[in-house]
Each structure stands twice: as structure tokens, then as C-alpha cells.
Design a protein around this ligand. Structure first.
Ligand code: BJW
Ligand code: ZN
Length: 291
């Protein structure tokens, strides 16, 4: 942790800070990462699950995969790393540790690749107040969507709340049996929004998919994130392999414009461009470094 002091000096003089986090942030909560030892993609084939074609071909299988993942995330609790990042984004902390932020970007952008909702859920408990939650939530951009939301494949409507419906029982049974069960497509979740086609009454009824960003789809908030990346002078890469584009290119963009990179990872060799490296579980290194 010899980089703590120079890193804190960089925080103190930074004008535009971005945090990009990934699956390693939730590792201490017991949620598997995607790649590497114990990773999700070692046990499941990403090409058969995490792309729109896979969903069109076998929505039942894809829903079963996501239902089990969603349950795993519901059972997990946010960890000290999520708390440290949320605390860092509080106005009173920023005034102390990052007092030079440009008024154009008075708070860091917290770009969340994880779809597990833990970066938001951490704000639901002490020490955070409802006012803290509102302030910190403004920083968060879920770039790869959220497992607890759905979107309609027909009308594209996004439902932000997770409401268990009758299909959940079939999905639960499939999860518990550990087998891929052929749940008929008409029993999968359906859109309850209005039917937007002209002269039609009633519900849309389109097939819902999890509101996550699959390979080949364009990540959310990309315009805003890309614009701010051009001005970023301190990028924190937390628990991400940075192998998935477009996030994989962010550190290069920042470096080319003279910014600095701080890496928080158990693997010291993840990012070659790092100016500050905190090797170890980020649930331990973030609270120390963000002080
Ligand atoms: C710890 C730790 C601890 C462990 N403490 N650290 C060639 C060139 C350019 C692009 C492409 C290309 N070939 C294909 C593409 C495109 C593709 C891509 O990048 N593929 C790569 C595999 C090569 N990308 C896309 O398709 C993206 N869209 C796109 O490019 O659109 C085109 C476009 C862009 C811009 C403008 C216009 C058009 C979409 C990508 C969608 C990614 N979706 C997923 C699934 C989400 C839903 C779900 O959960 O199922 O998102 S994939 C998965 O990877 C998930 C993650 O958010 C993402 C990143 O993974 P992450 O978080 O980095 O996890 P890991 O497991 O890789 O790493 C964990 C790290 O933690 C490791 O480093 C560990 O060491 C560390 N760690 N424990 C600290 N305790
Ligand atoms: Zn719909």
C-alpha cells in the first residue's frame, strides 16, 4: 500500500474523477466473477447465454440462467468495498478528499459494469441516510444494465422494479433441480405495458428479457461516459479485468489525455497503464486508499 499517499495527492488535485468497477468488487459478497478461477463463464458458455441470438433461440434456457443469477445476488450483501465507494461519493467526503473537482463535474462518475445492484443496495442501510442515497445515486451509471429489471422484446419498455410473477415458481423449480427445464415460452415473463400498436386495446404481452447488456448490444449511458472519459484526469479501475469493450478502452483514452490510472485488483498484472496499484481484495484496499 505504498501508493496510498501519492494516490491521495492525486485525488486532492483531480478535476474529474471516474470510477469503473467490475465483478471483483462483488467477489467479497460471494458473487462469482465472470472470468478466471470460479468465473461464471467457465461453467456457462457466454455465447449460448449472453447475447440476443441466444435469447431468441432459447429464451427459456436464458431466463433460467438469469433467474438463478438473480437469486444469488438477492442472497448476497454489499461489502466494505461498495460502502467505501458510496462513502467516497458523499458530498462531505468529496469536500475533504477531492476538493479540486471541477464545478462542471462536482461528483465522480461511478460507472458500474456489474448488474447485481449491490452498488445501489448498499445505500439502503446505515450509515447512509435517504439524503445520502439521493446524492450518491446521482453518480451511478449501470453500464451493463441490471438483473432486477426487465425489458420488453416487443415495445422495449424497461421495468425498473422486480416483481415476482407466476413464472417464478417454474424458474425456481428448474433452478432447484439443477437441470434446464423446458418452460413453455408462454409461461415466461410477459410485458404488462399498454399495447402501443394503433387501434389496439389491452396489454402489450411481449416477451420480457432481463434488462442486461449482452455481447453485440450497445452499453447504456455510453454517450455521457465517453464524453466525460475525455476529460477524466483520474480513473479508478476497481475489480475489473478490463477485457470487455468498450470499457476495455477507457484507460487508454484517459492515459492519452494525460490522466492517471489507479488499479484495485487481486491480480497485479491486470492493467499495464497503472500509475497507482493496490493489490489485494478491493473490500480491503478501497477503504484504506479512499480514507
Ligand atoms: C478482484 C477480486 C477482489 C477478483 N478484489 N479484484 C474486438 C474488439 C472490440 C470489441 C469487440 C471485439 N470482439 C468483440 C467485441 C465486442 C464485445 C467484447 O468486448 N468482447 C470481448 C470478450 C472481446 N463487447 C460488446 O459486445 C459490448 N458492446 C459493444 O461493443 O457494442 C458495440 C458498440 C460499442 C460502442 C459504440 C457502438 C457500438 C457489450 C458488452 C456486454 C458485456 N456484458 C456482460 C454480461 C452482463 C450480463 C450478465 O451479467 O450476464 O457484462 S459480459 C461480463 O463482462 C459482464 C461484465 O460487466 C463484463 C466485464 O467483466 P468484469 O467485471 O471485468 O469481470 P471479470 O470476471 O472479467 O474480471 C474480474 C476482475 O476482478 C479480474 O481482474 C480479477 O482479478 C479481479 N478480482 N476478485 C479485487 N476481491
Ligand atoms: Zn411490451
Amino acid at each position: 500500500m505504498e501508493d496510498v499517499l501519492p494516490f491521495q495527492q492525486a485525488l486532492a488535485s483531480a478535476k474529474n474523477i471516474i470510477v469503473l468497477d467490475g465483478a471483483g468488487l462483488s467477489a467479497a459478497s460471494g458473487i462469482p466473477t465472470y472470468r478466471g478461477v470460479g468465473g461464471v463463464w467457465l461453467n456457462f458458455d457466454q455465447t449460448k447465454l449472453a447475447n440476443p441470438e441466444a435469447f431468441r433461440e432459447d429464451p427459456s434456457k436464458v431466463w433460467q440462467f438469469y433467474h438463478a443469477r438473480r437469486q444469488g445476488c438477492l442472497d448476497a450483501q454489499p461489502n466494505a468495498g461498495h460502502r467505501a465507494l458510496a462513502t467516497f461519493c458523499l458530498p462531505q467526503t468529496l469536500a475533504r478528499v477531492a476538493p479540486s473537482l471541477d464545478p462542471k463535474w462536482p461528483v465522480p462518475l461511478h460507472v458500474v459494469q456489474n448488474a447485481d445492484a449491490l452498488s445501489s443496495r448498499v445505500l439502503d442501510s446505515a450509515p447512509f441516510t435517504p439524503a445520502d442515497k439521493a446524492a450518491v445515486q446521482k453518480c451511478i451509471r449501470e453500464m451493463h444494465g441490471c438483473l432486477f429489471e426487465t425489458r420488453c422484446t416487443s415495445c422495449r419498455h424497461v421495468q425498473r422494479a422486480y416483481t415476482p410473477t407466476p413464472y417464478a415458481a417454474a424458474l425456481d423449480a428448474a433452478r432447484d433441480s439443477g437441470e434446464v427445464v423446458d418452460i413453455p415460452v408462454d409461461q415466461l415473463p410477459r410485458c404488462g405495458g399498454p399495447d402501443n400498436r394503433s387501434n389496439r386495446q389491452g396489454r402489450c404481452g411481449g416477451l420480457l428479457s432481463p434488462n442486461v447488456v449482452w455481447f453485440g448490444e450497445v452499453p447504456e449511458h455510453l454517450g455521457e461516459i465517453g464524453r466525460q472519459m475525455n476529460w477524466c484526469d483520474l480513473l479508478l479501475l476497481v475489480g475489473t479485468s478490463a477485457k470487455v469493450h468498450p470499457a476495455a478502452g477507457f484507460s487508454k483514452t484517459v492515459k492519452e489525455r494525460g490522466g492517471k490510472i489507479a488499479v484495485f485488483n487481486v491480480d497485479p498484472n491486470t492493467i499495464v497503464e497503472a500509475d497507482f496499484t493496490f493489490v489485494g481484495p478491493c473490500a480491503e484496499t478501497l477503504p484504506l486508499a479512499l480514507g
